[in-house]
Design a protein around this ligand. Structure first.
Ligand code: UDX
Length: 437
């Protein structure tokens, strides 16, 4: 494999992971960010994103002279052969992606990009963006390639270095092949296609995952009402290779920095081309409804009302292994609980910052202290190993609502607590099933 000179614009979790991993594959990488303080921190080896292995890779790259950090895109692209755009593409008005950051980078670098270099879109951008960027660039000698990332937060480094597939799209085949060659050491299946198709892969995949989760959450609710056990149901489903075991875990709804944004964006794009994507709309609506179902369960556990009730929240991040609160279902549930007058204390191993409406504490037992109901919202492994007898002694109430089916129900029972999961029949409607159906 030939080592290439690469610029990565944006050092968020996608950019920093991309930069550090490409450096670990032997490339020379210059990462740029507009945030001066962030660049200084990175230069000093301080990585604030909680990603296993990332800080080590950054240190390794810097020590090996293959990874550097600079302020501003212009300072990074001078002799780059490939320029990765990893800047935010937040949800803009009406759900379409906001491309202001991409546009601003392009206007900054368009005249100084080396002849024959390649611009790569890594951020999730609407179908047609590669063509738009190409128009903004006005450089016939610089092809624009779409190379979507499929990194999950919390396992981003692992996902980058062990990808299920690499997708590279460009209307100029040679440019797509040159970008694909950057990853050749990974030996992953590679899909070479046109730019629009590569852009579509990302949306099609993420919206499918969201749909799978909404479907599972709906099945979980049905299981609960029918007295079935969703854990056994999903296990039985998952052995069908066409379905697979992953992404079948019910929860408080899906969230994070990608799925909510991508589902909205595809819905918007569909509407723009006159397609009523009701399946995707239902996926989103089911997710909103899921949060309400979880709140109803907590209300019931707290004795039928939430006003003045103390609720201890275990987990605030949108999933375990990250300190990311963006579109966290835990926070969505917390906001609904607050709106009904509950008093919230929350603990999350990754979070120490202020969270609106929640008193954030640094110890899980403090979150449980005097709580009328303890609620698990994020599946941090350490919650399984808590001293549940101690939780039972500290809490005022005895019901633990486990929105992730994460805890061991027997261990809780032995500790004198009542475990309520999701889709595992706590309502006991099963007994009357014959009468209902
Ligand atoms: C997602 C995609 O997986 C990734 O390919 C894409 O590049 C970015 O978006 P991420 O947002 O990091 O990654 O999280 P992911 O692990 O996909 O989880 C998304 C949400 O679904 C979380 O709220 C998670 O808790 C929830 N989830 C996931 C479930 O509720 N059940 C599951 O079985 C899996």
């Amino acid at each position: 494999m030939f080592a290439r000179r690469i610029a990565v614009i944006g050092t968020g979790y996608v950019g920093l992971t991309t930069g550090a991993c490409l450096a670990s594959l032997g490339h020379h990488v210059v990462c740029a960010d507009v945030d001066v303080a962030k660049v200084e921190r990175l230069r000093a080896g301080k990585v604030t994103i909680l990603e296993p292995g990332l800080a080590e890779l950054v240190a390794e790259g810097q020590a090996g002279g293959r990874l550097e950090f600079v302020v501003g895109a212009a300072a990074a692209v001078g002799d780059a052969e490939v320029v990765f755009l990893c800047v935010p593409t937040p949800m803009g008005q009406g759900g379409a992606a906001d491309l202001a950051a991409v546009e601003s980078v392009i206007s900054e670098v368009r005249t100084i990009l080396p002849v024959g270099s390649i611009v790569v879109n890594k951020s999730t951008v609407p179908v047609g963006t590669a063509a738009r960027v190409s128009n903004l660039l006005k450089r016939k000698d610089v092809p624009v390639v779409s190379n979507p990332e499929f990194l999950r937060e919390g396992t981003a480094v692992h996902d980058f270095l062990n990808p299920d597939r690499i997708v590279v799209g460009c209307d100029i085949q040679d440019a797509a092949e040159r970008v694909a060659a950057l990853y050749s050491r990974l030996g992953a299946p590679t899909v070479l296609t046109d730019a629009a198709s590569a852009e579509m892969v990302k949306y099609a995949a993420n919206c499918f995952l969201a749909m799978k989760l909404s479907y599972v959450n709906a099945i979980a609710e049905l299981c609960e009402r029918l007295g079935a056990d969703v854990a056994d149901v999903t296990e039985g489903m998952g052995y069908d290779r066409r379905i697979g075991q992953s992404f079948l875990q019910p929860g408080p709804g899906w969230g994070g920095s990608c799925l909510p944004k991508d589902t909205q964006a595809l819905l918007q794009v569909a509407a723009a081309v006159g397609y009523d994507f009701s399946l995707l709309q239902a996926t989103i609506d089911t997710n909103t409804h899921q949060r309400q179902l979880i709140v109803a369960k907590i209300r019931e556990a707290a004795g039928g009302r939430l006003r003045g009730r103390r609720i201890g929240l275990l987990g605030l991040a949108f999933k375990a292994g990250t300190n990311d609160l963006r579109d966290s279902p835990a926070l969505a549930v917390a906001a609904l609980l607050r709106a009904e007058g509950a008093e919230l204390t929350g603990y999350d191993p990754g979070i120490d910052q202020h969270v609106d409406g929640v008193r954030v504490v640094s110890d899980p037992y403090e979150a449980a202290k005097d709580a009328d109901t303890v609620v698990v919202l994020t599946e941090w492994p350490e919650f399984r190993g808590l001293d549940w007898t101690r939780v039972g002694e500290l809490a005022a109430g005895s019901v633990v609502v486990d929105t992730r089916n994460h805890l061991d129900p027997d261990a809780l029972r032995r500790s004198g607590l009542t475990w309520w999961g999701v889709g595992r029949g706590h309502l006991d409607l099963g007994q009357d099933l014959a009468a209902v159906i």
